[in-house]
Design a binder for this molecule. Sequence first.
Ligand SMILES: [Zn+2]
Length: 337
Amino acid sequence: MRPEELLVRTPAGLWCRAGGFYIDPLRPVDRALVTHAHSDHARPGHTQVLATAETLDLMRLRYGEDFAGTAQPVAYGEKLDIDGVSVSFHPAGHVLGSAQILIEAAGTRIVASGDYKDAADPTCESFELVPCDAFITEATFGLPVFRHGDPAAEIARLLGSVALFPERAHLVGVYALGKAQRVLALLRQAGYEGPVYLHGALDAFTRYYASRGIALGEVRPAKDAGKAELAGAIVLCPPSALREIWSRRFPDPVTAFASGWMRVRARARQGGVELPLVISDHADWDGLTATIAAIGAGEIWVTHGQEDALVHWSTQRGLAARALRIEGYGEADDEAG
Ligand SMILES: [Zn+2]
């Protein structure tokens, strides 16, 4: 069976005809396999959802108990048979519970990686290379200009600024699911032991990570803290809050933003970000190309992001590569890099 017979591009997302399921469907469907809980991949209203237990829990937190008709958890590496199609989930290293989905029928193997990164992350399982005939890769940072570097060095810059301006609050824009918790874990790895203050929008996901045994240290609600307490403090908030009236209550704030997009300094300037921190939960150009080179798939399907450069790179190396051009991913405000 050719890969494009096993998995078909439709306006609702990638569809496996033989198994009767979609992967990360963009609209409500009967049977959905969901790679991870970011809102552009995990949408509410499906009849049946199959995902890791963490992804299902995070979807419940995001959308409420009735986010789907039925929800079936699957463990990493567990093999399921769906109408003759073999399906298994493997760590994607993107956020807690994130998975690549391997589907296999008649000897043909396709891996839909969802979003992924090959960099170390103390808050989730590491990306696993899964051999396949066709590899579906994201391309959020699919241009050679995107090289994320070492996140520990970015955290060191944040802590350097806190030491330099002990009277100012440091407001760090972070995406609510994944980035907030990773920045907390990175701060603890760097030896920062003080309480970290959280915007209320980050509370539920952060509590969930802690409940899964991920060490994040002491966090406090920012809303309960007085101005004196917040001098020299680190406060995490959604990126949008940096520009809202909410941020005015902090003493002379330094605004920071943790995102792969901060490699583009013009973007930081436009957003009024004083301290851009290049920390991303997506693979950078080197990570994408190293993964494609290592995985050994003859076909590369490129989706959401900067598709063309990665298609060109793959084609030059003798791989059959194409852009999927499915609209609707990478647009959610908690999932922008
Ligand atoms: Zn994502």
